[in-house]
Every structure is written in C-alpha cells, then in structure tokens.
Design a protein around this ligand. Sequence first.
Ligand SMILES: [Zn+2]
Length: 265
Amino acid sequence: MFFPDAHNHLQDPRLAESREEIIAAAKKSGVARMVVNGTGEADWPEVAALARAHPGLVIPAFGLHPWRVNERGENWLATLRDFLREFPSAPVGEIGLDRWLPGHDLPAQEKVFRDQISLAQELRRPLVIHCLKAFGLLEKCLRDHFPLPRNFLLHSYGGSLEQTKIFAALGGWFSCSAYFFLPRKAAQQAVFQHIPLERLLVETDAPDMRGPEELSPHPLADREGNPLNHPANLPAIYTAAARLRGMEPTAFSAAIAANFQNFFR
Ligand SMILES: [Zn+2]
C-alpha cells in the first residue's frame, strides 16, 4: 500500500536523536511520501537537508508559521524565496492564522500570511495552512487573493461543514489527523464524513496531534517522557478514516493517494 502523509514535522528537534530509526520505521509501516513542513528560518535548513537526504520520501514545504512570526528576521521573505526556488515542487507552508495562541499578534500574523500568499502566487505553489479560531479572517485573506494559481490545504482541519463549503469553493482541500478520533472530537468526525472525497487528505502532524491509543501503535516520547505522535502511526489513521467514511480500507487509501498526487504533484 502507498500511504502518503500530507503533513508532518520530521525536522522537529524532539525527533532529532532517533530520526533515522523513525524514518526506517515509517517506511517499514508503508509510509511512502511525507510532506515535511518548515515553520521558520530556524528549521528551514533542516527541512531542506531532510529533502536532500531522502528525495523519494520527503517533500519539503517552507513557510513562516503563525507561532513564529515574531521571531522573523529582516530578510525572512528573501530567505524563504531562496528555499522555494531550490525546491520547485515545495508548497508554501506551514503558514496561517491563529487566535487560539495566548498573546497572539494577529496583525503581524496577517501581514506575514498575506506576504506568503503573494509569494505562492508569484512562484505558482500550493499553500499549506494552519488555522485556529480565525476562519473569518482566513476567508477574507483568501478572497482578497482569489484566484490562487494552485490549491490550498487546510491541515488538521477544525472548521464546520458550512465553512467547508466556503473554503472548498475557494479551492480548499482538507486533511484529517489522529487527534480528531479522540471521543471528545466526535463533532469534527461528522465534518470529515461529509468533506468531498476528492478534496480529502490524511496526515499525522507528527510529532504532535497524537490521537487515541489505538491510533498510536508506534510508541514515542520526548526526553521528559511526554508521548509524541510517531510518523509510522499513519497507516492506522488511514484505517480509522476509511471506517469513518464507510469505505473499504484499500479503496480509501488508493483514493487518498491519488488526491495526494493531485494536490502536491
Ligand atoms: Zn503542522
């Protein structure tokens, strides 16, 4: 089976010590491709290094994450452009808007987000978007830049079905992570049941967004012993998502793999 991971952070420092074992375990479990999302100037070089070291496995993405906007240096946009030019198939991500973060600086987030949408338009790249509690502003930004040359992915999507219709009409795709299979996230499972199948992707967001125990067959923890989401947990998420959609797992995985090719090309 071909299991592509639409979103993870393999470059995360919490994975540094066991990164090669993690990559080997992910491949062994059937993970065939993974989009590794940079979050700022500090980790873009590591994302690029992983893409150079694992060209068949890693699709790099470069973007300034809303949590990192106030760490940006003067030349961040030029540096970002350089990384994107080196990797012509790299999406612009992870970028976005977040009003959930304590002390969020929304004006700075919006400025940085719009700058990166413009860069994606210039370079004709898809966008990988993080959005928490800011869907109204997200819609406004996307409408102002409409139409985009390539589509955008709302990763670990937490919006409503109404919002799904709005974003789908603007060229949105949606990805599901293990986190939404926690019992308290039942409302979001209902949304994922109704997202158009051809706009759906599956992700781990590893090492974060760990789901229930049964979707975490590969144990992993940080130095303090806090559990982490292992990239090799991906096939278990596919199985759960297939069940949610009422589809046979092989047919579901084939459909999502085709979507992945379509979106990331
Ligand atoms: Zn992420």
